[in-house]
Design a protein around this ligand. Structure first.
Ligand SMILES: Cc1cc2nc3c(=O)[nH]c(=O)nc-3n(C[C@H](O)[C@H](O)[C@H](O)COP(=O)(O)OP(=O)(O)OC[C@H]3O[C@@H](n4cnc5c(N)ncnc54)[C@H](O)[C@@H]3O)c2cc1C
Ligand code: SF4
Length: 448
């Protein structure tokens, strides 16, 4: 089978329509109606479910009284990336899942959309609600430019510390800029949010600077009063099959990054028949976006059942209604090759045995593909980080950190995807950065 991979499967207009905003923002009248649905619960379960502890009834109340600035402040003072989180949080398994309205009538208050309503105009109009704290004279190095690092940097700046952000990528934002699906964050929102965060002042940014190549952890500990590590997960897990680096096997995260950075999506090469191996958000995103770029058929193949998928039920439904097929209980067994290129995958059927262990059933099937995306999770690329891994306590490949996000080193904190227990969610990374900054602040003030 000749691989059918080409650009321009759809017209520019079709692509623009396919990549438009996933959820239209609420208009004022809609926001007021939605805000009116809130019961302003005492001990609000939605707030408890929010990883960044946003006072949800509090910000909704302010929308009702038309105090948008106050509403945004309530959100952003707990989660400086409240704008991005309102777009990308799986609210259906966080605040909206536990909303009392869900229990009573199966339809939660649309908290995510209200949060977006409250924050959008503040970011768009660059209305600064925060100011830099009185200079403490302390300097903190923040490694990485993703949600964990930016949240940490912003909170440190409000507390008066001078921050230097050292980021390997050419732009700040981390996966907000390079990973999140394009239809979740349109109109360059990620960079508008970064600009808003930096606008507070006191944050010196050095892009194109990599820990492990341009400087070491020891250098930073020598030069700065404290260090925060938020370098995320740089490497993807391999399929561990013969020929798994062959032409046609593509790293889903890398493809999504090129999609996010493309000036014109019509110029991105897309396969006609696409297979995606994995069950998380990355699998959903690469599958849906391949479909939106014009792939004829796209199938996600996952080795367990729908309930075990990392992607929520909402995301699975979204993929299916976008034309993506999801096949469960199939594990990749070997790759079909056409010369040097992959032409498909052979799968073993799987099931759980009595002890809950995944077993193959003895049956198998084959699926043809022009492109096979691997989306089976990511890992810290320790080899690229010099001796960082040796100097820190690392468990299961991730940095061990305590409740304050302090590592095994007295002056080093860490957060986001690179720490053990990281939930691989933007909102969790933002919370880590915030908590770490407050721990760093206590440490710096104690050593004054
Ligand atoms: C494809 C995809 C889609 C996703 N979709 C969603 C979603 O819809 N909703 C959601 O909540 N979560 C989503 N996530 C997860 C979310 O993006 C991450 O949990 C979050 O970005 C983690 O933030 P972080 O700051 O820890 O790391 P990252 O965002 O990965 O940022 C790491 C930063 O460190 C920098 N860096 C890396 N190595 C070095 C080094 N050696 N030296 C200096 N800097 C370095 C990078 O340039 C980057 O700026 C998605 C993830 C992926 C991969
Ligand atoms: S649980 Fe629902 S109804 Fe109650 S405060 Fe939160 S958003 Fe309002």
């Amino acid at each position: 089978m000749q691989a059918d991979i080409r650009t321009g499967r759809l017209s520019a207009a079709e692509i623009e329509a396919n990549f438009s905003d996933m959820h239209a923002p609420l208009k004022r009248a809609e926001a007021l109606v939605e805000a009116d649905r809130c019961y302003f619960c005492f001990d609000a379960p939605c707030t408890t479910a929010c990883p960044t502890d946003i006072n949800i009834p509090g910000f909704i109340q302010k929308i009702r009284s038309n105090n948008i600035k106050g509403s945004a402040y309530t959100i952003l003072s707990e989660n400086i990336m409240g704008g991005m989180c309102s777009r990308v949080c799986p609210t259906e398994v966080l605040c909206e899942e536990v909303c009392v309205r869900t229990t009573l009538e199966g339809q939660p208050v649309r908290i995510g959309l209200l949060q977006r309503y409250a924050t959008d105009s503040i970011i768009a109009d660059k209305l600064q609600l925060f100011e830099r704290g009185l200079a403490s004279g302390k300097r903190v190095a923040v490694v990485g430019g993703g949600p964990a690092s930016l949240s940490c940097a912003h909170r440190l700046a409000t507390l008066g510390h001078q921050v230097t952000v050292l980021n390997s990528a050419g732009k700040l934002g981390g996966l907000n800029e390079y990973g999140i699906a394009a239809y979740k964050t349109v109109n360059n929102f990620a960079q508008s949010e970064v600009d808003y965060i930096l606008d507070i002042g006191g944050i010196d940014v050095r892009n194109g600077q990599s820990l492990g190549t341009d400087f070491s952890l020891a250098d930073l500990r020598e030069e700065y009063d404290a260090v925060f590590l938020g370098f995320g997960l740089g490497g993807v897990n391999e399929l561990r099959l013969e020929n798994d680096r062959a032409e046609g096997i593509v790293d889903a995260v890398e493809y999504i990054a090129s999609l996010r950075q493309a000036d014109s999506k019509i110029e991105l090469p897309v396969g006609r028949h696409v297979l995606v191996i994995g069950g998380g958000m990355t699998a959903i995103d690469v599958a849906v976006q391949s479909k939106q770029l014009g792939a004829e058929d796209v199938t996600i193949v996952y080795r367990r059942g729908p309930d075990q998928m990392g992607a929520s039920e909402f995301e699975q439904n979204f993929a299916q209604t976008s034309g993506v097929r999801i096949r469960h209980w199939l594990a990749p067994a070997s790759l079909k090759m056409d010369g040097e290129r992959v032409s498909g995958v052979r799968f073993d059927y799987t099931r759980l045995d009595e002890s809950g262990k995944l077993q193959t059933t003895g049956d198998s099937c084959e699926m043809d593909a022009d492109i096979v995306f691997k989306a089976i999770g990511q890992q810290v690329l320790w080899d690229s980080l010099g001796d960082t891994g040796e100097s820190l306590k690392v468990i299961h490949g991730r940095i061990s950190a305590n409740d304050d996000r302090k590592t095994s080193l007295s002056d080093v904190w860490a957060g986001g995807d690179c720490i053990l227990g990281g939930e691989d969610l933007t909102v969790a990374a933002v919370q880590d950065g915030k908590v770490a900054a407050m721990g760093i602040d206590r440490f710096l003030r104690a050593t004054e």
